[in-house]
Every structure is written in structure tokens, then in C-alpha cells.
Design a protein around this ligand. Structure first.
Ligand SMILES: [Fe+2]
Length: 348
């Protein structure tokens, strides 16, 4: 039975699985219960259809669910009311026939798919149990894919941080700057309504936009004075060099394209390809504007930081030429909120 029930957000995927299972099986109660990752025992997270308690997490130590979790064997019941253990959330006191089957992958039982009906004329025989087993196998495939995607995301995040650390080592003092740009770009990306995947690529690219500087010689990278023509040509290779590095990493192809174009200008006067307007990926336009604002308002060895007002005036004067006017507007709108959150981060 459920104990220690806690409210939490219902997982949308689990909710959908529960709802579809209820509809396909033509029953009025369905729930999917999934163990916490790496937990061999309880607790489980529940999503349900026709039951209260969706999104709850609780411990399972007895009842059909506990038995299926322990044995990995499907179970059916002709009348739930004849079971001796109390039923979850008092919501099953009217249910009659039903069944529970394990959800497993990787040699482990990871959860349980349960259904029940309040219809006294419905039976739950081998055919129904077989259907439920088929649905649990589909559920297992779905959850396994989600787990693998999470692992890939985590590996990618580690890789991004590793590369960013390598850039920070080569170009001292850039770590704070790139972290600032990541957070400001994320806010601006949200204001632009970018979806989850695009936002993730935007933040990875913001962190790594100068990764190609790893290949720029110290004489150029750390030169205190202005660069001469040849030195500029060397420096201007860094977007292409960075993109070449990143496009070889599976999962970072989109990030590579953003990095490749982070020095393009809205009017076509940038590099490496002289793209203009919307030919430039939106994430590249956002990053170049955020990068410029943070660079202008930060101290540099050769100049003091500009004030916010001066930096804003500079962004406005370059709007439509170097920068996307929409990105300029969004950055200026987001900066107060971003500055506040940066201050909070510093205090903590
Ligand atoms: Fe750059």
C-alpha cells in the first residue's frame, strides 16, 4: 500500500502512458508506477488514469504492486474488494476485476502497470493480461529510451564542461564571462520562445562559442595591444575551428553550426561567411549580442568596464548593423533581470 505519499509534478510521459493504457484496455482505472532510478526497492512514482494520486511518490511494501515488483510475475484479480490489504488512496474501493504486470528492462523490474474496472460484468482473463503485458513492454521501451537520452544528455553536458574548462585554461579569465553569457543567452532565448532542444543548444554554444581559440597561438591570443592584419586573420579562424571540433561530437552538430556563425553580422559584414539577417542562426545572433554586452560591461586589461547605459547605447547604435535588432531589444529588456540573478549568485 502507499505510504509517505508526497505531492510532486506528475511526469507527463507516465501520465500519458496511464491514460492510453486505460483507453486501450477499456477500463476506468489505470496506473503506472516506476521505481526511482538506481533504487532496487521502493519508492515509486505514480501516474494514473481515473485515480487520484497522479504524480505522487510513495513507498510500496505490500499489495499487488509490491508482489509484482518482487516477483516480476503478472497478477490478475477477479475482485479487488476481496484482497486483504488496503487499497491505494481509497480510490479502488469500487473496483472489481483487474491486473498488474511488471515493467522491466536491463534484467530488472523497474515498475508496474496496473488496471482495474468498476464494471461488475467485466472479467480479467488471460487475453486481458496478455494485452497488459504487451503494453508494459511498450512502456518499458519508452522509459528505456528516456533513460538513455538522459544519460546521453548528461555525458554531453560533461563533455561541454570539459571543453569549456580547456578554453578557460588557454584564455584566462574567460570562465566567468562565458558563464555570464550562458545565463543571459538562456533568458533571451526563453524570451524568443525557443523550444527545449533549441535552448539547450543555445546554452551549450554560449558556453563553447570561443572553443576554437584553443588553437590560437598565445602570441595572438594574449597580445595586450591591437592585432595586426595577419594576427586578425589567425584570430578570425576560431569560429570555424570551434565548429570543426564540435561537429565531430555526436549530439553537438547543431551547437557546431551556432558556434560557426557567432561572429556573423546582421548586415552581412561579419565572418566567416558574411551571412546576413535570418541566414544567421537565431542562437548565433543571440550569443553575439549577449557576448558583446557582457564584454563591454566587464573590465579588460586594456580598458575599464563601460557602464550599463553606455553599453546599451552602443548596442542600439549597432542594432541592424552588427546585431539583430530583435536580439538587441531582448537583451536590453532582460539585462535588469539577469543582473539581479547574477547578484544573487554572487551573494551565495
Ligand atoms: Fe568568438
Amino acid at each position: 500500500m502507499p505510504r509517505d505519499a508526497q505531492d510532486c509534478c506528475a511526469d507527463p510521459v507516465l501520465d500519458r502512458i496511464a491514460r492510453q493504457t486505460g483507453r486501450i484496455m477499456e477500463v476506468d482505472r489505470a496506473c503506472v508506477l516506476v521505481r526511482d532510478k538506481d533504487e532496487l526497492r521502493s519508492p515509486v512514482q505514480q501516474a494514473s488514469y481515473g485515480l487520484r494520486g497522479s504524480g505522487h511518490r510513495f513507498s510500496v511494501d505490500q499489495g499487488m504492486v509490491a508482489q509484482v515488483l518482487a516477483t516480476g510475475e503478472p497478477l490478475s484479480v477477479g475482485d479487488y474488494r476481496q484482497l486483504f490489504w488496503p487499497l491505494p488512496h481509497r480510490a479502488t474501493d469500487t473496483v472489481q476485476a483487474g491486473g498488474s504486470v511488471p515493467i522491466g528492462w536491463g534484467g530488472r523490474v523497474r515498475g508496474v502497470l496496473s488496471v482495474a474496472t468498476t464494471d461488475p460484468t467485466r472479467a480479467f482473463g488471460d487475453r486481458e493480461l496478455g494485452m497488459l503485458v504487451d503494453l508494459s513492454e511498450l512502456t518499458a521501451l519508452t522509459l528505456q529510451c528516456m533513460e538513455q537520452r538522459e544519460q546521453l544528455e548528461s555525458t554531453l553536458q560533461d563533455g561541454v564542461e570539459l571543453l569549456a574548462a580547456a578554453v578557460d585554461l588557454r584564455d584566462h579569465g574567460t570562465a566567468r564571462h562565458s558563464e555570464h553569457v550562458v545565463r543571459l543567452a538562456a533568458m533571451v532565448g526563453e524570451a524568443f520562445g525557443l523550444d527545449g532542444r533549441s535552448l539547450r543548444e543555445l546554452t551549450f554554444a554560449a558556453r563553447l562559442h570561443d572553443v576554437g581559440k584553443i588553437g590560437v597561438p598565445d602570441l595572438v591570443l594574449r597580445k595586450a595591444g591591437p592585432l595586426n592584419g595577419e594576427e586578425w586573420r589567425v584570430m578570425q579562424r576560431h569560429p570555424m575551428a570551434g565548429a570543426e571540433m564540435l561537429r565531430r561530437v555526436p549530439g553537438l552538430e547543431g551547437v557546431a553550426a551556432i558556434v560557426r556563425h557567432h561572429h556573423e553580422h546582421f548586415d552581412g559584414s561579419g565572418y566567416p561567411f558574411g551571412l546576413r539577417g535570418e541566414e544567421i542562426p537565431i542562437a548565433s545572433r543571440i550569443i553575439s549580442t549577449c557576448d558583446a554586452y557582457d564584454a563591454m560591461t566587464s573590465d579588460r586589461p586594456y580598458r575599464a568596464a563601460m557602464s550599463h547605459d553606455v553599453a546599451v547605447a552602443e548596442l542600439r547604435s549597432c542594432s541592424g548593423r552588427q546585431f539583430d535588432p530583435d536580439a538587441v531589444d531582448a537583451v536590453i529588456e532582460m539585462v535588469p533581470l539577469w543582473a539581479e540573478s547574477e547578484q544573487e549568485l554572487t551573494l551565495h
